[in-house]
Design a protein around this ligand. Structure first.
Ligand code: SF4
Ligand code: SF4
Length: 457
């Protein structure tokens, strides 16, 4: 069994103190982290169409996403969303390896974008952090540790509240905070649990989440192929490795790797990428930046460690278009296309005809009476004014209890409809049309209902 670099043979944890790197990838990643954190944290605060951009009101089973409003009946749309997301991830992984992990996964974004910089602020660079880890427990060390954890805790609290406000809305959450824990014990329990979980994960568990827990990380060998663009070491150029010397050593000419191990100390999962592709590599490119800086200093071309396919690193021709890439792309486009089409076609309301229990018709002298209900639901995030009409192909007396209905967002109503037709006119099957029109959006729904009558004797 392969031994993880961050876990000893006895199961204990190897403490990891990645060194600080400078370079084009870490700069680009930091910009990306800032943008993504702003998006994560702003999602519950920014409003579109009177509701937050993302508000998952699980209790009321109402969901507001990017200006659209959905209820439990729309839950099947999640199937398209999840399918599209899964195939997009498969496509990106087959094409660009674990770019999601290193650049956009919330685990990396918050760890590298917030928690790790705070650690550096309190404890200094790698060497100082390592020294501190084994230093005696002085008052200064305790104070520094307390300050660091208090700052981390404040951040965990902020993230957990941002996450919870996706479910309660930021306004309601603010009111709960003002009311205090006693008034909202369940919400308080969630806030404490999520904060504790975040704190544990980002301050202690860290890379173990990626290498032990995350199922996506563990499936990498299935998702990559030799043509996927991953982060790799150019063995042909780097080997045989050897320390830099003023005079050329005797024996075979050395490769470009000076065995400084800066790529290893920069790695947040403590692997040596020179040993080849490993499951723990999250494609963060910190080793690329570290090695490029070394190459600059020794006046060698950059890219000894770089983004490349395993085929290209072996000097073979890489393939961009592969059947699996095309298949994943087509399936992702199909799923998102179906989702987009369904959402566009979606009406702002539902109107369904329901027959009442019992005999569906009533004989009254020479006439037959049918009675049913129209169940209308306003699915829009604003109030709606609906009108109901019923048409018949033959003369009929039509009574609608409420021909005009005003419904608040997600309010529903059952409207009674009674249709009476002379029996003599029922020689042929009669199909009524129930037409519901939303005057706020202009949407219209037409339901066909068969008029039910006793068979002629
Ligand atoms: S940083 Fe570059 S030169 Fe240094 S050990 Fe790693 S691969 Fe070799
Ligand atoms: S090997 Fe390089 S890219 Fe992979 S996790 Fe380590 S530093 Fe990041």
């Amino acid at each position: 069994m392969t031994q993880l670099s961050s876990v000893r043979a006895d199961g204990s944890r190897v403490p990891i103190h990645p060194s600080d790197v400078r370079g084009r990838f870490i700069t680009a990643r930091r910009v990306g982290f800032a943008v993504l954190m702003a998006i994560y944290l702003a999602a519950p605060l920014v409003h579109v169409g009177g509701h937050p951009v993302v508000h998952l009101d699980v209790e009321q089973r109402r969901f507001y996403l990017f200006g659209g409003s959905f209820n439990a009946q729309d839950f099947w749309l999640v199937l398209f969303l999840a399918t599209g997301f899964v195939f997009s991830l498969l496509f990106v992984t087959a094409w660009r390896g674990r770019v999601w992990c290193g650049w956009a996964c919330p685990q990396t974004v918050f760890l590298e974008g917030l928690y790790r910089p705070i650690e550096r602020l309190f404890d200094g660079p790698r060497e100082r952090r390592m020294k501190l880890a084994g230093a005696p427990w002085t008052a200064g060390r305790v104070l520094r540790l307390a300050g660091k954890h208090a700052t981390w805790l404040a951040i965990s609290l902020a993230i957990s509240h941002a996450a919870l406000s996706l479910f309660t809305s930021a306004v309601d959450l603010e009111q709960m905070v003002i009311d205090g824990p006693a008034a909202h014990p369940v919400a308080f329990g969630w806030a404490v649990s999520v904060t504790a979980l975040l704190h544990f994960n980002f301050t202690w568990f860290r890379e173990q989440f990626c290498v032990v827990l995350c199922p996506y990380g563990r499936m990498q060998s299935l998702l990559h192929d030799r043509h996927s663009i991953v982060i790799g070491y150019d063995v042909g150029r780097g080997e045989p490795r050897g320390h830099l010397r003023k005079e050329a050593p005797a024996g075979p000419k050395l490769g470009d790797c000076i065995d400084c191990k800066l790529c290893v100390t920069a790695c947040p999962t403590a692997i040596d990428i020179r040993d080849g592709m490993q499951m723990e590599c999250i494609a963060c490119a910190q080793c690329v930046d570290a090695c490029d800086e070394v190459m600059d200093r020794i006046h060698k071309p950059r890219g000894l460690i770089r983004y490349a396919s395993l085929s290209a690193l072996e000097g073979k021709v890489g393939k961009v278009l592969r059947p699996r890439l095309v298949l994943y792309a087509m399936l992702a486009v199909a799923a998102f296309g179906a989702l987009g089409f369904t959402v566009i076609q979606r009406r702002s309301f539902e109107a369904n005809v329901l027959r009442l229990a019992g005999v569906p018709w009533v004989l009254e002298g020479t006439t037959v009476r049918n009675q049913f209900e129209v169940h209308v639901v306003n699915k829009a995030s604003r109030p709606s004014r609906l009108s109901l009409t019923v048409t018949s192909p033959v003369p009929a007396e039509i009574r609608i209890a409420e021909p005009a209905v005003i419904l608040q967002s997600f309010e529903d109503r059952r409207v009674q409809v009674v249709v009476t037709i002379e029996r003599a006119l029922l020689q042929k099957a009669i199909v009524l049309e129930v037409i519901a029109t939303d005057h706020s959006s202009g949407d219209r729904r037409v339901q066909k209902v068969r008029f039910v009558a006793p068979s002629a004797r």
